[in-house]
Design a protein around this ligand. Structure first.
Ligand code: WT7
Length: 641
């Protein structure tokens, strides 16, 4: 089979960016970044257009873009579209049950955002306050984000699948005094008790106000003085609310993400650079044309939902589809059923979802009319060529280009991708750097590799959408991203560049797992496991998993005198779910009398990884182990189910 697929002819018509355009724009973005980004910044309406464009240093680390610009991102996503698009659908929502739908036009979105913003103000929220959102995938989630942006409050969205403990940690870390949630959310026919989780998370906390959106109608407890129904509170607030003028470098949001050590860190994004980055990438990568229906399946609890369900599409005046539920409810044709009914033009999802649907065969896809589709996208993890081909051929009928977009919570938006009208696609490769992006492959010694090579993926220069700091811990920001390779941003990913300059991401090279496109730190899972009184030590690694990409493999040692059992295994899985959330549930638990350690007591994770991956032949040097004999018993005890 060919490994280079040219963009289908139709994709090249009227494209925003041809191959020639890409070459010229990318060259200029590197030779004249100030000029290039000043031009792109015109996608945004500014109260004061910036005169200073790039202002960053990686050594010492200090990043700013559009530093003297003043803008409001809510204005850019909502108000400025009113003269031309008041009656155009901004948010097209479908609930968990097929056919349950709601639309918000730009005028309707404006009214709701103003209402929510005034509710926040009424409760005393002002510029700079952190507001935690713990929401189902309903329009009010986007409304709440935009309302925060409108008044200059900093939102921190916590994925509704995280446990009360995880929620509490994130509320405490940024000292949020405000929470916006809903009574509940529906996923696959099941109720997620969001408000009850909030109540548990807030026991003894300093949160002063909770706004509760009525959605499922499930019974909830309301704490007098603290909890407010959105419909009641919102009924009496004024129907106008000015947009707070924000400096380009004022914080827009915090989003917690897992690292290789310690607690999840609060990735901080600021206003101007993020606005320009999401608006520009959305325009070019999805080649968006006026009037099209754009569907990104990500939850707003992840960065993909921030950038490509909410900010990128709305800044471009697009119609963004928001779906509450899951792809296999009521059955595995749901996505295609929705594509048919809503005439979706652009569909953006994760490889794990594609692999799961691929298993069900072509019939659920083929029974729905997908002729509205023009472009397909993937994000979150490397896509195996087989899944890529199925997506391209079966879902897209070999008609729709596929963009495989590599990026991270930290990068704010897409960094490496092909552009649909400009580049040939290579199944499994993310493609080429977006404008302004200068990737470098670096070997362990810090040498920059040229031409076709494999190494650790760094980015040599700043780009507008880059995170600015770890909330409350700038030192951790510097340590995590700028210390391994001084003067460069280190992504944590391994990567190969081929002879055509295409990038092939090989996955994380640190102790971060990517489970169904969700990021998890091995340290977080370990911390949860050792909370159990019978557990002495735990070491968690990833292993290849057909659907999830990576599965969670846990080595556990018990304290002396305790016995392994199926009941204990179940308890430990429950414990992790309870501490972090269902996405962190261990796939395989391996009880072992000891962990392989060096004589100085350091756990040799490399060996644990190899065993979990069934790569017994390439364990490498085991002679430095305190107890080399342990390896055989670990191999023997390797869990498969
Ligand atoms: C990590 C970032 C960006 C939104 C979703 C994930 C992996 C992401 C790709 C891709 C190969 C990918 C990387 C990256 N990743 N997209 N197209 N091909 N790998 O955001 O949770 O911050 O995770 O996801 O390993 O470092 P995130």
């Amino acid at each position: 089979m060919q490994d280079r697929i040219l963009p289908p002819a139709k994709a090249v018509q009227n494209t925003h960016c041809t191959a020639q355009d890409y070459a010229a724009l990318h060259a200029r973005s590197l030779s004249d970044p100030d000029g290039f980004w000043a031009d792109q910044a015109r996608r945004i309406d500014w109260d004061r257009f910036p005169t200073r464009i790039a202002g960053w240093s990686y050594d010492p680390v200090d990043i700013s873009w559009f530093e003297d610009g003043i803008l409001n991102l809510c204005f850019n996503c909502v108000d400025r579209h009113l003269p031309s698009r008041a009656d155009q659908v901004a948010i097209l929502w479908e609930g968990d049950e097929p056919g349950v739908a709601r639309t918000l036009t730009y005028a309707g979105l404006y009214a709701e955002v103003v209402r929510m913003a005034n509710c926040l103000k009424e409760l005393g929220a002002t510029k700079g306050d952190r507001v935690t959102l713990y929401m189902p995938m309903i329009p009010e989630a986007a409304v709440a984000m935009l309302a925060c942006a409108r008044i200059g409050a900093v939102h921190s969205v916590v994925f509704g699948g995280f446990s009360p403990d995880a929620l509490r940690g994130r509320i405490d870390d940024c000292a949020s005094r405000f929470v916006i949630t809903a009574d509940g959310g529906m996923r696959g026919g099941k109720l997620v008790p969001l408000k009850a989780n909030v109540d548990e998370a807030l026991e003894g906390s300093a949160v002063q106000s909770v706004i509760v959106v009525r959605h499922c109608g499930n019974a909830v407890a309301m704490s007098e003085g603290r909890d407010h129904w959105y419909d009641t509170l919102g009924a009496t607030v004024p129907d106008t609310c000015p947009c707070e003028p924000m400096n380009a470098e004022d914080p827009l949001f915090i989003l917690y993400t897992s690292g290789s050590t310690g607690k999840p860190k609060g990735v901080l994004h600021t206003t101007g650079g993020y606005a320009v980055w999401t608006a520009t990438t959305f325009h070019y990568v999805f080649d968006y044309r006026d009037g099209e229906i754009f569907w990104c399946t990500a939850d707003v609890g992840w960065v993909t939902g921030h950038s490509y369900v909410v900010y990128g599409p709305l800044a471009n005046g697009a119609t963004t589809l928001m779906y509450e539920g899951v792809p296999n409810y009521p059955d595995c044709s749901r996505n295609w059923d929705m594509v048919e009914r809503h005439k979706v033009d652009i569909f953006y999802t994760a490889p794990t979802a594609i692999r799961a649907l691929m298993r069900e065969g072509a019939a659920p896809v083929k029974k729905h009319d997908r002729s509205s589709l023009r472009l397909l996208g993937t994000v979150g993890e490397p896509i195996n060529p087989e899944a890529w081909r199925w997506y391209y051929e079966t879902v897209g009928d070999s008609r729709c280009p596929v963009v495989d977009t590599w990026w991270q919570t930290e990068t704010g938006g897409i960094m490496i991708t092909t552009l649909p009208g400009a580049h040939a696609m290579k199944p499994g490769s993310a493609g080429l750097p977006f404008f302004g992006i200068a990737p470098e492959l670096v070997d362990a010694g810090g040498n920059v590799l040229e031409g076709a090579a494999s190494g650790n993926l760094c980015i040599a220069r700043s780009w507008p959408g880059q995170m600015r700091t770890v909330y409350g811990d700038h030192e951790r920001f510097v340590q995590t991203y700028f210390t391994a390779y001084r003067g460069k941003y280190f992504t944590g990913d391994g990567c190969r560049r081929d002879e055509d300059g295409y990038y092939w991401i090989t996955g994380r090279v640190d102790d971060v797992l990517n489970v169904s496109g969700h990021r998890l730190g091995t340290a977080e899972v370990e911390s949860a496991l050792v909370l159990h009184p019978k557990v002495a030590e735990a070491a968690v690694v990833g292993y290849p998993h057909d659907i999830k990409g990576q599965g969670i493999y846990c080595y556990v040692t018990l304290i002396a005198g305790e016995e392994a059992s199926e009941a204990l295994e179940t308890e430990l899985k429950q414990l992790v779910r309870h501490e972090i959330g269902p996405i962190a549930t261990p796939d395989l638990l391996h009880f072992t009398p000891a962990l392989p350690k060096t004589r100085s007591g350091k756990i040799m994770r490399r060996i644990l990884r190899k065993i979990a991956e069934n790569e017994f032949a390439t364990l490498g040097d085991t002679s430095t182990l305190a107890d080399p004999g342990l390896v055989d018993s670990l191999i023997e005890g390797r869990r498969n189910t």
